[in-house]
Design a protein. Structure first.
Length: 641
């Protein structure tokens, strides 16, 4: 079969999954080892013998046009099809009919990093007389495609990820007859066209290509991973290695010799400056960015002309690259120029709030945005001021804009308790927790009296209704959603937890934090600081104590838990009652945590929470071992985990 002469590259997406980076560069222009993804795609097509390429564009086509103008042609003719309104893959092809002729053509996604031999696709196309041949992968990706005897039967498999399912890799070899099956609407999908063709009896083949490399570079995590993978593949002489530029080995060696500490890789763009003393573990640094000596980059992408210091574990971009009127309002009120402000979004926390670090020169603050779906979100500023008045360290409130649901607070750094404890020995951990217990005792004692005296507005107190919500949350997301337990077993466990709630309701109500875990406590200047307390209310003090000492993020050893429990109990009016209720409270709290981990783990972007289910289960088993009798249904189910 003759070489395919024409190809269409889909480059017009919105880059939603790559925000805020896609506000800085269009996704096809994001560099992999110094060359845009679009450039890698063009190089691959040219190596296959393609001579004419049509690239569609949408938002901000300027960078793509500028790149194509300065790129050596080398016999490859590239044309543009600009879409003021997105047409989808089907609508784009319908509009591109003028570019096509009677010969087959390639259709590829610009946000795919790939290296493959096209011959298996070409041979299959010729041998089977298929309408299209699609590159599939049988191990990676979402695997939503079903195939039988080499022909695709379903693009929306209800068995996604199951054996015998495949991922479509974004590379098609098509007959121009596909135009007959495109949706008749201006906006459409190529998958709809394929489904229409299948319904008309046409055949669409799928091929898994051996000795190939494929990665969807459409998320920040995968974009960084592509760099790591292709560098390793280059060293091993395997497919995918062509995307790596060996000159970066020399760059990294020079940076290391200058005093930059590199673990993994760093890919600096033209004009980027990285100061000696910076510590980097896998980072892509775009053009003209500045990484200061105090920077700590971890699996990060640093945007164009962005200056960073301190820790960046995801993304940093300049504020003037973001179409964000709310952010612009905050910066105006702070008198911070947008072009001199660096924006560092934190990882999603699974709540209706977002946290963003803002940096200018040597000043750093945290911007909290919140929704009105939970009333306690609006109480954060008032509660922070209250806690500081009673002697508990919290971030200072710098600006509060309740009508815009935004708060700017002091930046207390990155020394999260959970990360500090991971690097501490038992003695140091005990000392830190002893300090935290002093703050907890202040909250539960003087804090309770002051809150009552001031009639402070709080979240509704713990009640039978709230405990019922917690156990149903546990049942819906963990027992049913995650473990797939039958209804009868779930009802038995709920009866057990109802008994636990009844015992906790007998405890005298105290002002509690409600979410007193290590991810909500920082060490600032050697002292603990509470940074997230939006659920503060009255309830059983042991709920807080169990949240702190039975935290799955940390998994303290049992002897230390007991020692700290006794330390707290001896400072209360009824030590025996505290000890008796502590482990049942741990069961209640861990049930709520397991529900949260299962719910968040099932959502895109927060899958990491699934990693905390095993330690939470182990901690709940430990809690049950400290309780004499009862909770038989819960014990039985956990014995199988």
């Amino acid at each position: 079969m003759k070489k395919i002469q024409k190809a269409v590259i889909l480059a017009a997406g919105l880059g939603t999954r790559m925000r805020p980076l896609s506000f800085d560069k269009p996704k096809p222009m994001m560099p992999v080892w110094g060359k845009p993804l679009l450039g890698h795609a063009l190089d691959l097509l040219q190596s296959w013998g393609v001579r004419q390429v049509l690239v569609n564009t949408h938002r901000e086509p300027g960078p793509i046009l500028a790149y194509l103008r300065q790129r050596p042609q080398d016999g490859l003719q590239v044309q543009i099809s600009h879409e003021p309104a997105l047409l989808g893959t089907g609508g784009m092809l319908a509009r591109a009919a003028w570019f096509l002729d009677d010969s087959p053509f390639w259709l590829i996604n610009a946000d795919v990093a790939a290296e493959l031999d096209p011959r298996p696709l070409l041979k299959t196309f010729r041998r089977l007389d298929a309408l299209a041949v699609l590159w599939l992968h049988g191990a990676l990706g979402p695997r939503t495609v079903e195939m039988q005897d080499g022909f695709i039967t379903d693009f929306r498999s209800p068995r996604a990820g199951a054996p015998g399912t495949y991922t479509f890799c974004g590379y098609h070899l098509l007959s121009p007859q596909i135009l007959e099956y495109l949706p008749k609407t201006p906006v459409g999908s190529i998958i709809r066209a394929y489904e229409a063709a299948l319904g008309a009896g046409r055949r669409i083949a799928g091929v898994c290509v051996g000795r190939s490399y494929w990665s969807d570079a459409g998320t920040r995590e995968r974009y960084v991973a592509v760099h790591e993978e292709t560098m390793a593949l280059h060293r091993a002489g395997k497919p995918g290695g062509r995307l790596f530029d060996p000159t970066y080995l020399q760059m990294m060696e020079a940076l290391f010799e200058s005093g930059v500490r590199i673990d993994g890789f760093v890919a600096p763009g033209p004009g980027a400056r990285i100061a000696p003393g910076a510590r980097i573990r896998n980072a892509v640094v775009w053009d003209d960015a500045v990484v200061e000596a105090a920077a700590r980059l971890d699996t990060a992408v640093i945007g164009t002309r962005t200056r960073v210091r301190g820790r960046v574990s995801r993304v940093a971009v300049r504020a003037d690259r973001l179409p964000d009127p709310q952010l612009a309002f905050v910066l105006r009120r702070m008198k911070w120029p947008v072009e001199h402000t660096t924006v560092v979004p934190f990882e999603p926390r699974g709540s209706s709030r977002s946290f963003t670090r803002l940096q200018k020169d040597d000043v750093s603050v945290i911007l909290i945005r919140y929704e009105s779906d939970r009333a306690e979100n609006a109480l954060y500023a008032e509660h922070a001021r209250f806690l500081r008045r009673i002697g508990i360290q919290t971030p200072g409130i710098l600006h509060h804009f309740p009508h815009r649901r935004m708060t700017v607070v002091e930046d207390l750094g990155d020394a999260l308790l959970r990360e500090v404890i991971a690097q501490s020995d038992a003695r140091s951990a005990g000392h830190l927790y002893a300090q935290i217990l002093e703050a907890v005792l202040t909250l539960h004692g003087p804090g309770s009296h002051q809150a009552q005296r001031r009639k402070m507005k709080l979240a509704p107190p713990f009640s039978a209704r709230l405990y019922r919500w917690e156990r149903r949350y546990f049942a819906e997301h963990f027992l049913t959603g995650h473990l797939r337990l039958p209804d009868g077993e779930v009802r038995g466990i709920l009866r057990d937890l109802k008994e636990v709630a009844a015992s906790l309701l007998q405890a005298p109500p105290t002002l509690i934090h409600r979410d007193l875990q290590s991810s909500n406590i920082l060490l600032h200047n050697g002292s603990p600081a509470f940074v997230d307390f939006q659920g503060m209310r009255f309830g059983a003090a042991v709920y807080d104590l169990a949240s702190l000492l039975c935290d799955p993020y940390v998994s303290l050893p049992l002897p230390l838990q007991i020692r700290l429990l006794n330390r707290y109990a001896e400072r209360t009016a009824d030590p025996a009652a505290v000890r008796a209720l502590f482990w049942p409270a741990a069961v209640e709290r861990l049930a709520q945590a397991l529900g949260a981990f299962a719910r968040l783990g099932a959502l895109p972007g927060t899958e990491r929470f699934l990693n905390f289910i095993p330690p939470a289960v182990a901690m709940m088993k430990r809690a049950l071992e400290q309780i004499d009798g009862g909770l038989l249904n819960l014990r039985r189910i956990l014995s199988f985990l």
